[in-house]
Design a protein around this ligand. Structure first.
Ligand code: NAP
Length: 364
């Protein structure tokens, strides 16, 4: 199915990532019908010639190819599997491509449901961040083979530099979760390096620069660590979405009888960040957990939101039985090898009676 055979493309979910991806498809000559829960986030695309539809079903009903770039697995489930969902309303032979970072099992279920209806659904999460979406240089992880997804390849190439095929439905999502597990280490690693550098009185910009010349280097160190030092916590990638991804990775690891103690630690840090008001900040805001209260407050965190007792109970549960944040699965023991006392989160800060992280005592 070359460009000439794809007449209509629908795009659902025009947020931070979806809007620039949709724009690349338009730039390549595809006519787009768009829908987003909050209409104003599609305004620029509409101004550039996209057609607005009043619902996902309306956008998708005549489309040859439907892209979705939503937030959470629940959003994906609703949009695809509800009674007026994409599986039901799309025409026979249509392709549905989910770019959301979502659950591998859900991707598998959606693929199978589409197949029954004589339609095609494939998971195709992305990596490369907001910048990659804007530049059209994302890396894609396809839950299918190159051969079977050939019809949509020209469209995928409009917004990507690299496409990796992982063979089976859901495998694209699993590959993406592997990426997030690797990223978790990079994020916590740079946040802790900056915390140590600051406490020891080093120039943090200089520390970042030298680390990028050695084995401690990472894209996170290059692109996000300078933002942390400069106090720029605007989202490219929302902290609440990273918490979701780590929850999904931990759930899948548990299904496979595998412990991921590093990811558990990162999950807890992001969970804490989200609990104190950081969910809409960019992932670089994890570095705030190593900062004094005044700095965290200036960045928009509110430690009084943390219910210390409830948090301590959650930590105990995480250590000993249920671990039910986001991923909805039980985890036996965190395996991180740290003691988690009643006050303690993994960041190693004490929380006083007011729920403040006593980072000041460490950071000066
Ligand atoms: P985002 O800005 O929150 O975009 C998600 C969009 O989906 C929002 O505009 C949201 O509408 C819309 N949406 C959710 N449910 C919907 C529904 N039922 N019907 C219609 N629209 C719906 O998030 P994002 O940063 O673009 O990320 C999207 C996904 O990509 C997430 O799964 C994320 O984990 C993943 N991802 C993000 C990045 C990144 O760097 N940002 C990189 C790779 C992967 P509202 O405007 O009403 O909220």
């Amino acid at each position: 199915m070359a460009l000439s055979h794809v007449r209509k493309v629908a795009f659902i979910g025009t947020g931070i990532m979806g809007a620039p991806i949709a724009r690349h498809l338009m730039d390549a000559g595809y006519h787009l019908t768009v829908y987003n829960r909050t209409k104003k986030k599609a305004a620029q695309l509409i101004a550039q010639g996209a057609t607005w539809a009043d619902s996902a079903a309306e956008a998708a009903k005549d489309a040859d190819v439907v892209f979705t770039m939503l937030g959470y697995p629940n959003d994906v489930e609703d949009v695809y599997l509800a009674t007026d969902g994409l599986i039901r309303v799309t025409k026979r032979g249509a392709w549905m491509v989910d770019l959301t970072t979502s659950s591998p099992q859900l991707a598998h279920d959606i693929h199978d449901a589409a197949e029954v209806e004589d339609k095609h659904a494939v998971d195709c999460p992305v990596t490369g961040g907001q910048m990659g979406a804007e530049e059209g240089t994302l890396t894609l992880m396809v839950g299918g083979t190159k051969e079977e997804t050939k019809p949509i390849q020209p469209l995928l190439e409009c917004f990507s530099s690299n496409i990796f095929y992982f063979g089976n439905p859901g495998d694209g999502q699993t590959a993406k979760l592997c990426n997030q597990v690797a990223l978790a280490g990079c994020m916590v690693g740079y946040a802790e390096a900056l915390g140590l550098a600051q406490q020891a009185g080093l120039d943090r910009h200089q520390v970042i620069e030298f680390i990028t010349h050695g084995m401690g280097n990472s894209v996170a160190m290059q692109q996000l660590a300078p933002k942390s030092v400069d106090g720029d916590f605007r989202p490219g990638f929302l902290s609440e979405h990273f918490r979701k991804d780590l929850g999904l990775a931990l759930a899948q690891a548990e299904d496979l009888d595998l412990q991921l103690p590093g990811s558990e630690t990162a999950f807890r840090l992001y969970d804490l960040l989200c609990q104190v008001g950081g969910s809409k900040l960019g992932t670089q805001a994890v570095s705030l957990l190593y900062q004094d209260e005044k700095t965290t407050k200036a960045a928009g965190l509110d430690w009084s939101l943390l219910d210390v007792d409830e948090y301590a109970d959650d930590q105990k549960d995480a250590d000993h039985k249920d671990h039910d944040h986001c991923c909805g699965h039980d985890h036996d023991g965190c395996g991180c090898g740290h003691d988690h006392d009643h006050d303690g989160c993994c960041c190693g800060h004490d929380h006083d009676a007011d729920g403040h992280a006593d980072a000041a005592s460490q950071q000066g």
